[in-house]
Design a protein around this ligand. Sequence first.
Ligand code: ARG
Length: 714
Amino acid sequence: MKLKSLFAGFLVGILFLSSRADEGMWLPMLIGKNYEQMKKQGFRLTADDLYNINQASLKDAIVWFNGGCTGEIVSKQGMIFTNHHCGYDAIAANSTPADNILDNGWWAPTMAAEKPIKDMWVSILVRMEDVTGRVQEGLAGVPEKDRNKKLMEINKKIVEEVTKGTGYDARVSEYYRGNAYYLLIFEKFNDVRLVGTPPQSIGKFGGDTDNWVWPRHTGDFSVFRVYANKENKPAAFSNDNVPFVPKRHLPVSIKGVKNNDFAMVYGFPGRTNRYETSMGVKLAIEKVNPTIVKLRDIRLSNWKKQMDANVDHRLKLSSMYASVANYWKYFIGQTEQMQRLKVYDSKLATESKFQDWANGKKDYQALLADWKVAYGNWEKYAVHSTYMNEGIMASTSWARFPLQMKGLSEALTKNDAESIKKATDGLKKAAEAMKANAFRETSDRAILAAILVQFYKDIPADQHPAVLKEVFKSADNLEVQAEKYVNKLYSKSILVNADKAMAFLEKPNAKTLEADPAYKLINGFVSNFNDNISKYAMEFNAINGTNMRLFIKGMMEMNPNTMFYPDANSTLRITYGNVQDYQPRDGVTYNITTNIDGIAEKYKAGDDEFDLPKNFLELVKKRDFGPYAENGTIPVAFITNNDITGGNSGSPVINGDGELIGLAFDGNWEAMSGDIVFDKKYKRTICVDARYVLWCIEKLGNAPHIVKELDVRK
Ligand code: ARG
């Protein structure tokens, strides 16, 4: 799952070593503790094969892919597999109606033809170190309110020391919500090129209808390559760069999978909230999640209209559309499953046990009660905060521009020539960038109007910004009033149009700016939030952070014989378990695999989500499956009980022999509450089968040279 996290609401992950693993995102550096159990479950390599800093290990084949995903190196020449939805933005950005690789697919005929991707990077973990002692020493005696600032100072110093003169990239990450700290040292590569992609009718087959759902038939993969300089070190893009030679790459197995086979996922899970409180669950179910869904609906439906009317617009909007739609459905599912699985009740039960233990313990006894008070104070403002992030500031392509103008306004008022020049220079760049979004005007107008109406209805009047009175004179005909207001704004404002903005920036003046309707609207909302709401947000976040840290510390003290794994935090983890079927509901069992004939069953000619490339059905009819068939068909996707989340998208699914059997790409509907609670019965990882990947490249894509570069194990 790709990480596009804005918020994610959090449970208690407890794993007894005696049980079979599935739950748990473990630190590679400490994986020795799990090794015996992994062996019992079917892992056949050594612990040093998993993580070792003195010799090549599997970690050297895993890349953090552009911050939001994972990829794996599958050849001696730096070829990387990741998901299609992880490459989506790069693929769409390299598509035009005339050369439409998003819709048609594309495979580089030679290395020289591979497409450099601007701003794309991958990082490989060199090593990690426990720096908890040093960080905690630095934090000793620091009051809670200064903690984050101090933490940043300490971390910066550690990073500077370790990276000095090395060319490495490093960060200190917080684990167990501030109970432990690890230093992660990476080699970060900035020359990443697209090797190829299947058509999106394969890579996104099933679209949003099938998204987050098993059984699944999506060929969710794309192929990249990392380049380095002649010394095999990271370098900015250059034609002189050469394919990176990894310390280790993953062989690709086409032997297939059976129920209960060992499977592990090695990757960069983004964020889980497994210790989330009952209060947090309630707030998410009742208020925050439905608000996110409602606001995303507004954006999606209006973008869709524009996309359907114009191919060029579709290509330009499709990546943003896909990522907003992905978490739109996520939040629908999370709410539904938290209710179905009675997550609120299970949280209450955990908290009640905790309270029994905490009574009489000075540090812990008032923790939950205080936390509840904090939630009580925050509740009335939480939806407003969601409206700012997911509504007002996400409404239009220009929504941030009036905010950026604030600095200029101050400079103009002070009449300070130097800061005026500095501000205008920066703003000209922003205005220039706006040109690319001019095509969004139709949807921007409709979205802004709809969000204003919704804000007026959903947010209590005593929290409204004064500027809302300029939009709505009365509570009747809100839609009509909003539309009228937006039309007027568009005809008057110099901030919603790049050319007008440029002209203004040549000769800026305070009066025009302060009177500009877009300036007044956005800054009116933002200053109302800053003046009246954000103090509650800050207060709540501070208490929530502190209490979460204490709560987890307490849980660990309360259960001294339990091995705890930390919540996901966009750092490298190993999760291991098995290929495993499940019963989604009474009387129904879902198989572990789907196959290529199931794709043909779902096929709908001309459909947005279930269409297929022309040659696909012919190839299937010919049963032209090469070495990738099993029982006369090609397995397309399979499921495991591995513990993954957003950020794990594209992660290798590895068998007992350390070979790639598939790529993790999604979670399943029955466990959409998985970031809050891992439900053993229902939680599955959806993976695209390596055999389908190879078939799509070799047969469907007619690019056997790419498969030849791999280390295929039969
Ligand atoms: N649910 C998948 C994930 O989070 C992403 C799928 C993208 N596809 C889509 N139809 N929006 O990794």
